[in-house]
Design a protein around this ligand. Structure first.
Ligand SMILES: [Mg+2]
Length: 288
């Protein structure tokens, strides 16, 4: 590419970035998002995870595999004899971010601009309603809906983001999207989804839960250490790939929060040290 072309490309990119995010008035303070992201300007380390999500065909393949399994389990659940006392209609509960909506462009923009997550930036992104669909998600939920299964979108997005969320889901063709079925985190509520799951379960037979974060399935995993999260998964292993369907998300989640001990305001140096400390390497034995 000629230098002049490079300059034009760079300029175009800068303009695009400004158009995308500047109107929201970015600040660079660290904070924890409603989605559990651990925000920091030190986000270059996320490049690999975002690249994998955005550019690997393996991510697409794995997402298709995930929703193929979900369909198989759904068919099995619907074919199984219903509990005698249960006349409840079947339902599927899905998380939204990185389960059915792909926000990797938002994540990438933070890295490209070396800025931290802020609620204003997130709000602006949600308002754009431009997140993509996780591969296979629309097809799976459309299939479920056509089989008479109700779909509930339980998300920790908040009230100001609800309209954009509904618009985004509807634009992508997700079924059964409404004020009632998109169940956000209400003002003053904590991050637990348990109450919302119970609300759905009081009226429906929940045959599947789909999410990218263990807390999308049960509070059994909430607030636990790295080791204890794995212990709990081992305890509930029969649920995974059965009633719990996990979508891969290497970009953020409680797996990362656990590395920081769920501290949202750790200095960047401490966050980096925590990440390094969590790595398991090869013990080097002293020579003879
Ligand atoms: Mg999620």
């Amino acid at each position: 590419m000629y230098p002049s072309s490079c300059a034009i490309v760079r300029l175009s990119r800068a303009v695009l970035i400004c158009v995308l995010l500047l109107p929201v008035g970015f600040s660079v303070q660290a904070q924890t998002s409603a989605m559990g992201r651990q925000a920091s300007t030190d986000n270059e380390y996320q490049t690999g995870a975002i690249l994998w999500t955005q550019s690997s065909a393996e991510y697409h393949a794995l997402a298709y595999q995930t929703f193929s399994l979900a369909r198989l389990r759904l068919d099995q659940a619907l074919a199984a004899r219903k509990p005698l006392r249960s006349a409840k209609p079947p339902a599927v509960i899905v998380d939204v971010d990185e389960t059915v909506l792909d926000n990797s462009r938002f994540q990438a923009e933070l890295v490209l601009r070396q800025i931290a997550y802020t609620s204003d930036a997130w709000q602006a992104w949600c308002d754009r309603a431009e997140a993509g669909a996780v591969p296979g998600a629309v097809e799976f939920l459309t299939y479920a809906s056509r089989r008479g299964v109700h779909v509930f979108y339980i998300t920790n997005r908040r009230q100001p983001e609800k309209t954009g969320t509904i618009t985004n889901l509807q634009k992508l063709g997700f079924p059964g999207v409404s004020e009632e079925t998109v169940m956000i985190r209400e003002q003053g509520a904590n991050a637990s989804k348990e109450l919302r799951r119970k609300t759905v379960a009081s009226h429906y037979r929940v045959v599947l839960l789909v999410g990218d974060n263990l807390n999308d399935f049960s509070d059994d995993f909430a607030g636990k250490s790295i080791a204890d999260r794995r212990v709990q998964v081992d305890r509930e292993r029969s649920e995974f790939g059965s009633r719990f369907i996990v979508v891969p998300n290497p970009m953020y989640g409680d797996w990362e929060s656990a590395i920081y001990g769920y501290k949202s305001n750790l200095p960047e140096a401490d966050r980096q040290a925590s990440r390094k400390a969590a790595l398991t390497g090869i013990s080097i034995q002293p020579g003879p």
